[in-house]
Structures are given as C-alpha cells and as structure tokens.
Design a protein around this ligand. Sequence first.
Ligand code: HEC
Length: 155
Amino acid sequence: MQKTTLISLLVAAVLLSACSDRVKDTHPQQLVSKRQAIFKKFTKTLEPMGLVARERQDYVKSDFMASALALQELSQQPWAYFTADGNYPPTRAKPEVWSQAGEFKQAQNNYLASVEKLVQLSGRADLPTIRASVEAVQKNCKSCHDQFRSDAPGG
Ligand code: HEC
C-alpha cells in the first residue's frame, strides 16, 4: 500500500470515529453516564419478565422472583444521580426533571410502588396476575419518560 493511501485511510478512520462519537460526559462524577447505564440495566432486567407476561417464555418461579428482586434493587439507584448540577449534555432528561422536582419524585414513587407489587406477586404462578403487574411497571416507565425524557435518538 502506498504511503499516501495509508495516511488518507487513517485520516478517514479518525474523522469517522469523531463523527459517530456521542457528546462526551465531562462531569467529574459522570452523573449522566452512570444513570444512563443503570437505566439500560432496567431494560435488560425487565425483558425476561416481559417475555413471560407475553407468553413467549415459560414462567419459572425462582427465575421470575430473582428478576423482580433485581429490578427492585436497580430501581433505587438512578435518582441520586439527578443532582442540581446534573443537567448537562449528553443527557436526555427534560429540564422538567429539575423544574418540576416534586412531580419527578412522584413519578419515581409511583414506579417504585409498582415494582414493589411486582415483587410481592412474583411468586404466584398465575399468568393474569403476573401480566398485570409487569404491565403496570412498564406503564410507569413510559409515563415517566413521556413527562421527563426527550425522544432524541439513541435508545
Ligand atoms: C421517574 C422517572 C423514570 C422512570 C420510572 C423510568 N425512567 Fe427511564 N429514564 C428517565 C430519564 C429522566 C431518563 C434520561 C436520563 C438521562 O439521559 O440523563 C431515562 C432514560 C432511560 C433509558 C435510556 C438510557 C440511555 O442510555 O440513554 C432507558 C433504556 C430507560 N430509561 C429505561 C427505563 C425502563 C425500562 C424503566 C422501567 C423499568 C424506566 N426507564 C423507568 C426517567 C425514568
């Protein structure tokens, strides 16, 4: 390979990676990255329970209970990272998280109550009950997102 070709390839690669890079989280405590990583785990942990609710996976009591407990533990975690200095790019949180802190707290509490109920009912091998509790949790994810998360691309 000619030297100039190699150099232009390298330049192209650098430019490409610069373009595809999302805005960097430069906060010393990485608040946005940390809470986004936890929210991603929400999705991953909820997924197998969603499959059971939609009858795409069999209900296995011990697995289902473990997933519900794992989600409950995760569900305590993201909120502490929404501090007063936590509204900066690349966040997808709407400014209402900070300007309507009371409503944001209420949305957390509604959500946490639905997760608590899911945990309590998770040992029941009764599909309608299981389905209703999973759907209630999903509804609370969505209603908080509708109110407090912008739909910018990227997940
Ligand atoms: C009380 C409000 C609230 C609840 C409840 C909530 N979220 Fe979110 N979620 C947010 C906010 C705000 C963001 C944006 C965070 C940011 O970008 O700073 C977010 C971001 C996310 C993201 C994107 C993470 C990323 O990498 O950008 C995923 C995925 C997500 N939530 C999944 C869920 C799931 C699944 C549930 C329910 C099991 C849930 N969330 C419940 C408020 C909530």
